[in-house]
Design a protein around this ligand. Structure first.
Ligand code: ATP
Ligand code: MG
Ligand code: FE
Length: 370
């Protein structure tokens, strides 16, 4: 089936087109730059940007795939989880298109969409697989036995998402936004063993109570405390201010002679270590010999390196779709839509709205019974 997918759950406006398992177009516009001065995604700003970006993105995707709306068999749109105001823009656009064209509409799960990206990358999704999805908005560990009918949540972050932690720590170090790539660059000259930062929920007790959950706010606080103590020591006992204006923080970091590279490398390794340890623990516990990665943080070179190393050692097959399919995009949503069509699932119709906390067990929103 020829499926058009629409994504607007966070700061990417994505329109993708697939034919079955084949990617035809994947247009993404990001409002990331507009959020930079706030140090994180501002929901209202993201929603407005989606309204502006959707039209051009749709036209570009149709042109790229060399099709018109008349050729499309079905439309799929992210209905959750995500920012409600941002989701509403994509949903409204999708409903308008469905009404105007008479095409069936599927409301799909964003996280399950990330898993669907793999089908476009390698032509199929091998199951069962554990999937680790890490971005600025989510840190989730899934068990996928069937993309359409059997996805369960093994664990997720109980506070900050991993990407959010990268962004907050980068701000603390005066590196700017988005933090991920900047921390990675700073870490290149650093010693990852220089500072032993905490691995959230990975103590014997944490592992028992939350075997597959993650926590990154304690790590962020530990970095903040370390920085403020180093600054205080440098200033001769006067505590420095932490978490203020980015420019001030950068200057303070410089004045205090902070070992930014060592902090970045040590922080990065703490995040990577706990992510991969828990993912591989799930693989071992469940007897699943496959791990799939997704989300924007997967761009991290150290994460890829450690994942490859440890998966090889554990006899687990590692799959990482290409980066343009890992970050938020419309093609992954279209891919999941195509699988729903192929599985003979009835379309959602027009009776649905944004659901910020749509559970992964709802791979899509089934039509109401009445
Ligand atoms: P969602 O949570 O809905 O998937 P998002 O926009 O928050 O959306 P992405 O766009 O997929 O997430 O990814 C952005 C996040 O990835 C940011 O937090 C950013 O810091 C992080 N990131 C990007 N590159 C890297 C990198 N090289 N290392 C670590 N983190 C990175
Ligand atoms: Mg984003
Ligand atoms: Fe996402």
């Amino acid at each position: 089936p020829l499926v058009l997918g629409i994504e607007s759950s966070c700061d990417e406006t994505g329109v993708g087109i697939v034919r079955g398992t084949t990617l035809l177009a994947n247009t993404v516009a990001s409002s990331m730059d507009e959020h930079a001065r706030f140090g994180g995604v501002v929901p209202e700003v993201a929603a407005r940007a989606h309204v502006q970006a959707f039209g051009p993105a749709l036209h570009q995707a149709l042109a790229e795939a060399d099709i018109t709306m008349a050729d499309v068999d079905a439309i799929a749109v992210t209905s959750g989880p995500g920012l409600a105001g941002a989701l509403m823009v994509g949903i409204s656009a999708a409903k308008g298109l469905a009404l105007g064209s008479g095409k069936p509409l599927y409301a799909v799960n964003h996280l399950v969409g990330h898993v669907g990206a793999e089908i476009l990358d390698s032509g199929r999704l091998q199951t069962p697989t554990v999937a680790l999805l890490v971005s600025g908005g989510h840190t989730s560990l899934l068990l996928v036995r069937d993309l359409v009918d059997d996805v369960v949540l093994l664990g997720e972050t109980i506070d900050d998402a991993a990407g959010e932690a990268f962004d907050k720590v980068a701000r603390l170090l005066g590196l700017g936004y988005p933090g991920g790539p900047r921390i990675q660059r700073a870490a290149e000259d650093g010693d990852p063993t220089a500072i032993r930062f905490p691995r959230g929920l990975s103590s014997a007790k944490g592992m028992r109570a939350h075997p597959y959950d993650f926590s990154f706010s304690g790590l962020k606080t530990a970095v903040a405390r370390w920085v403020s103590q180093a600054e205080a020591a440098a200033a001769g006992g006067v505590p420095g201010s932490v978490g203020g204006d980015v420019a001030d923080t950068a200057a303070a970091a410089e004045r205090a002679g902070l070992p930014v590279a060592d902090i970045a490398a040590s922080f990065q390794d703490a995040v990577v270590d706990v992510l991969i340890t828990k993912a591989l623990r799930a693989c071992a516990d469940l007897g699943v010999p496959r791990l799939l990665l997704g989300g924007g943080v997967i761009a991290n070179a150290r994460l890829r390196e450690v994942a490859a190393e440890r998966c090889a050692r554990a006899g687990v097959t590692l799959r990482i779709p290409k980066l343009s399919l890992c970050t938020d995009n419309g093609a992954m949503i279209a891919s999941l839509g195509a699988q729903l069509v192929l599985a003979g699932k009835p379309p959602t119709g027009l009776d649905f709205g944004p659901d910020s906390s749509l559970p992964v067990t709802d791979t899509y929103v089934a039509p109401r019974a009445d």
